[in-house]
Ligand binder design. Structure first.
Ligand code: NAP
Length: 264
């Protein structure tokens, strides 16, 4: 399928690993010029080189933490006029006992998982409106819809994010600017490995990959029978970034192998 985005400019905020990187690859494959960001320089620069070499498009790496105002300003200076903005972030680690979650932990979660994405969107929507076309995709989490007591540092802030985008997307759709969200379930990514280590700590398990995996699967069964990989999400992300998705506005698409049972 021709996504009709060849020659467009995209920012993939959080593009050095996992679902962000896979999305960057699908956009690059479609001929999009990219800026990718992340906090860790080495992995980011390697990703930019590899994607650029593989798909023969420009990929500019910018070290930036989306939760920091000064880093968002730096990104705006380097790339003021993207057609496409895709965003993902890593929220704080899984919490253990919910009674031990402090106001400081909530602030960190809100800064990274809510305010960072909102401020990135707010920074770029005026340009997209003016140009008469734009696509924004947030790669958030299915725990925005499917509360999990060990993921309080991720789900609640993203529930607020999808509430925000449900409103804002309906304000700006008439300008040809669409916002949609992808809500992933369990995916085998670099980030998931880091989360599993924190999950082991939260549940008092030893850091034994097999034992942690078994505990996790027993408590989080997936009807499809397997954990996703980043390419189970990236094609949908790239599609939502295309003109083909012009009638899809303010939606939250769960990609989780059926784990979250709901009608809508
Ligand atoms: N994997 C899962 O099973 C799973 C389950 C449910 C929800 N999710 C959600 O899906 C999204 C993607 O997860 P993933 O597993 O693909 O993550 P990942 O492998 O850790 O990749 C995240 C990417 O975003 C970058 N990043 C993280 N925080 C950032 C920030 N504040 N500013 C800029 N870049 C940032 C990371 O690089 P740096 O670390 O260098 O910044 C990396 O490039 C996350 O929001 C996660 O919460 C994942």
């Amino acid at each position: 399928m021709d996504l009709q985005i060849k020659g467009k400019k995209a920012i993939m905020a959080g593009g050095s690993a996992g679902m962000g990187r896979a999305t960057a690859e699908r956009l690059a494959e479609a001929g999009v010029e990219l800026v990718i960001t992340a906090r860790r320089r080495e992995r980011l620069e390697n990703a930019a080189k590899e994607i650029s070499a593989k798909y023969k498009v420009n990929v500019t790496p910018i070290v930036a933490d989306s939760s920091k105002p000064e880093d968002r300003a730096k990104l705006l200076e380097s790339c003021p006029d993207p057609d496409i903005l895709a965003i993902t972030i890593k929220p704080p680690a899984p919490n253990g006992d919910f009674l031990k979650v402090t106001p400081e932990m909530w602030r960190e979660s809100i800064d990274s998982a809510l305010i960072g994405p909102i401020e990135l969107m707010r920074q770029y929507i005026p340009h997209m409106k003016e140009s008469g076309w734009g696509r924004i995709v947030n790669i958030a989490t299915f725990s925005a819809k499917n509360p999990m007591v060990w993921r309080l540092m991720s789900g609640p802030a993203r529930s607020a994010l999808i509430n925000y985008t449900a409103s804002v997307s309906r304000e700006i759709a008439k300008h040809g600017v669409n916002i949609n969200n992808l809500l992933p379930g369990m995916f085998a990514t670099e980030g998931a490995n880091e989360i599993m280590a924190d999950y082991a700590d939260a549940f008092g398990l030893e850091h034994n990959t097999e034992a942690v995996g078994a505990h996790f699967r027993a408590n989080n069964p997936i009807p499809a029978g397997f954990v996703g990989n980043a390419d189970d999400l990236a094609p949908m992300a790239a599609f939502l970034c295309s003109p083909l998705a012009r009638f899809i506005v303010g939606q939250n698409i769960v990609i989780d192998g059926g784990q979250h049972a709901s009608l809508f």
